[in-house]
Design a protein around this ligand. Structure first.
Ligand code: AMP
Ligand code: MG
Length: 344
């Protein structure tokens, strides 16, 4: 036994001395209507990634408006009837959503449900509602009416509905962060349909390299890449989900102010933040608010933003400049502008 241990130690130290490359584990799953890819290092990497996949099922069931048993489905079913007792996690998420939407200049509404359901853009049966339908639904989209009290949530009007699609994927990135933490995984990356959390650095001390998607290319093609550490990037764009009628493209982000899919001058916008739900909230909000407003936010040093407009201008917060690189074969197609804090 002692001899075995000695041999093992010898092999181990030799391998370490020779700089044997630590193994990167990867895991692919499906959830929240998208592909989830994970990569991680360390002895608990595989167990942690499986746990991330497992917990996502419960998270999704609880937060989807299309569920049956989850808190959001129950709140929606009881709209106009009675308050529903919900979990602390749900209350926390709704509390945060309400606080954020109040700062969004009307661009973000967690009560967007009646409109997302009427348009059905992320479903198999999208339709264009009539103006009359939209006019009837618009008064039901009003986050200030959501009542949270004593562990319950209540939508006071029949027909109101919550839709957390604008922050759920980013929020789950932060759940994954907690799971990696519990499993002592210091180096990991998860992408939930393009919303990415990068944890720590890789074993060779380099940071995770994150791609900014080419809106015209397929899932894996990027126009640029940048490095991230212990942060989430959430991306919103009109190229993600849409349907077309008579050559007109209706996208999945709806303007709560007029009830129609947004016609943004932004092609896609990525927001980097420590907190996943915040990153996701801001990316959706900036997409609705448009380029000019987002550029104003970029002059505030608390924001790290990448914005692609319809003229192929790529605006990048200056703090990202050190690692931000356009892909060589795309460099001629885009004009890169670094936006400085406080710039005009
Ligand atoms: P994202 O891809 O993060 O920008 O979120 C888009 C998703 O959020 C949609 O599929 C809807 O579920 C929901 N949503 C659409 N429009 C809005 C909006 N104006 N405010 C909040 N959530 C929205
Ligand atoms: Mg979002």
């Amino acid at each position: 036994m002692t001899l075995l241990l000695a041999v093992w130690l010898l092999v181990f130290t030799t391998l370490t001395a020779c700089g044997a490359k630590p193994q990167q584990y990867s895991h692919v799953s499906y959830g929240m209507d998208t592909i989830i890819t994970q990569a991680a290092y360390g002895p608990n990497a595989e167990a942690a990634m499986l746990e991330v996949e497992k917990q996502m099922k419960a998270f999704e069931e609880n937060f989807t408006l299309f569920g049956k048993e989850g808190d959001i489905a129950k709140i929606n079913a009881a709209a106009g009837k009675a308050p529903v007792t919900v979990s602390d996690d749900t209350l926390e998420m709704l509390d945060l959503s309400m606080a954020l939407s109040a700062q969004s200049e009307g661009a973000f509404a967690v009560t967007i449900g009646p409109l997302t359901k009427a348009w059905g853009i992320t479903t198999d049966e999208p339709t264009v509602p009539t103006q009359q339908q939209i006019d009837t639904l618009l008064p039901l989209v009003d986050d200030s009416q959501l009542e949270l009290a004593d562990g319950t949530a209540f939508l006071p009007q029949d027909g109101m509905a919550l839709d957390l699609g604008g922050i759920a994927k980013g929020a789950y990135c932060s759940v994954a962060e907690d799971i990696y933490n519990e499993f002592d995984v210091d180096s990991a990356m998860i992408s939930i349909g393009g919303n990415v959390y990068a944890r720590g650095t890789k074993p060779d001390s380099t940071r995770w390299n994150i791609g900014f998607k080419d809106p015209l290319g397929d899932e894996d093609s990027y126009i640029a890449a940048f490095e991230m550490q212990d942060e989430v990037v959430a991306v919103s764009g009109g190229d993600e989900r849409f349907f077309e009628v008579d050559g007109y493209r209706y996208i999945h982000i709806i303007d709560p102010r007029n009830g129609y899919p947004v016609e943004s001058d932004i092609v896609s916008v990525g927001v980097i933040h420590k907190d996943g739900a915040m990153a996701d909230f801001y990316s959706t909000t900036f997409f609705v608010l448009g380029k000019e407003k987002t550029l104003e936010y970029m002059q505030d040093d608390q924001f790290k933003i990448i914005l692609l407009d319809k003229e192929n201008n790529l605006y990048v917060s200056e703090v990202l400049q050190q690692s931000f690189k356009l892909k060589q074969d795309k460099a001629a197609d885009y004009t890169l502008h670094y936006i400085k804090e406080g710039a005009q």
